[in-house]
Design a protein. Structure first.
Length: 72
């Protein structure tokens, strides 16, 4: 866990490994990546909390990937 700012409401978990290491585990098991998205919040979702992801509409808060098992 890590601390990005003083007094966080909960710990921030992070994993020090390249994305390829995570994805290759699935590729080795026969999965293919056939969809990927980096969604951002809408401007209408902005809040008074300056650290809310809703205030950063040009920065994706997460990466979403779709993996499918290929019949081998």
């Amino acid at each position: 866990t890590g601390i990005g700012i003083e007094g966080p409401p909960r710990p921030h978990y992070y994993f020090d490994r390249p994305l390829s290491q995570t994805l290759n585990t699935f590729f080795d098991a026969g999965f293919v990546l056939d969809g990927i998205a980096e969604p951002v919040a809408d401007q209408e979702d902005a809040t008074s909390n300056p650290f809310s992801w809703a205030n950063y509409t040009e920065i994706p808060s997460h990466l979403t990937a779709r993996l499918r098992l290929v019949n081998v």
